[in-house]
Design a protein around this ligand. Structure first.
Ligand SMILES: [Zn+2]
Length: 248
């Protein structure tokens, strides 16, 4: 489950640019991972321009490119996953081709949505003072897994211990309320502890995970001394990851 490659990455083609327009027909299907419904004519849609794998290399660059379409919420979901290197929309006005051709109300809607995304991700950043974070490592498999929670949203981040932070896979999730988010947070941590991960560091309000640590202590035969040492190592490791996160 914690393997590096997710389905999203393996079949993911690289984005050349992003665009927006109104669906000219109802023929195009949404590329959202859990959607695949048609985008009905006239609907505001977002797109990624990618290289068409079926067009021979001999054709012009223009011919080799093709758009893949998304419902607006499905594009938001797409952008909430993947590593830092993945091309994303940071400024709708400049990053979305065709933005100025949209109706004013749709321009405003997109601006609002993407501002919200920025705020959500900021609230869950590693320097956030309001987010709670649990950091785990799998000693044998040399990988880490981390989850943060802030109000009704969560951020999961995982990767190999020796790889650059920019390779880490990130996933943002938003729930309809705080208790749902908390359940997800706790369930995921429990799953990881069962899967051989050990708790290295926790920040923020630990009442979210008190029970989990209780479970862990009962099972583990590791002396308290060693746990303390591991915690120190994890603390030292944290700033490296936070430093590169702060840029975004
Ligand atoms: Zn969709």
């Amino acid at each position: 489950m914690a393997s590096k490659t997710t389905a999203d990455d393996s079949d993911e083609s690289i984005t050349i640019s992003f665009g927006c327009d109104y669906a000219k027909s109802s023929n195009a299907k949404c590329h959202g991972k859990s959607c695949e419904n048609e985008i009905s004519k006239g609907t505001l849609r977002l797109s990624r321009l990618i290289r068409n794998p079926f067009i021979p290399q001999s054709s012009t660059r223009e011919e080799q490119l093709m758009p893949v379409y998304y419902h607006v919420p499905c594009m938001i979901n797409y952008l909430r996953t993947g590593n830092e290197k993945k091309k994303r929309i940071t400024d709708v006005t400049n990053d979305l081709q065709g933005f100025t051709d949209l109706k004013k109300k749709d321009q405003d809607r997109l601006k609002k949505l993407f501002n919200y995304e920025e705020k959500l991700q900021g609230n869950l950043s590693e320097t956030s003072s309001t987010a709670n974070t649990t950091y785990l490592e799998h000693d044998e498999q040399k990988k880490y897994w981390q989850i943060s929670i802030e109000n009704r949203s969560t951020k999961t981040k995982y990767g190999l211990l020796n790889e650059p932070d920019s390779d880490a896979i990130i996933l943002y999730k938003e729930f309809s309320n705080q208790s749902e988010a908390k359940t997800y947070y706790q369930t995921k941590i429990k799953e990881k502890l069962k899967g051989g991960y050990t708790l290295k560091k926790q920040t923020g309000d630990t009442t979210n995970t008190d029970n989990l640590i209780g479970i862990k202590r009962k099972r583990a035969s590791t002396p308290a001394k060693r746990t303390k040492k591991q915690a120190t190592i994890a603390t030292r490791k944290q700033p490296t990851r936070s430093a590169s996160m702060r840029k975004k």
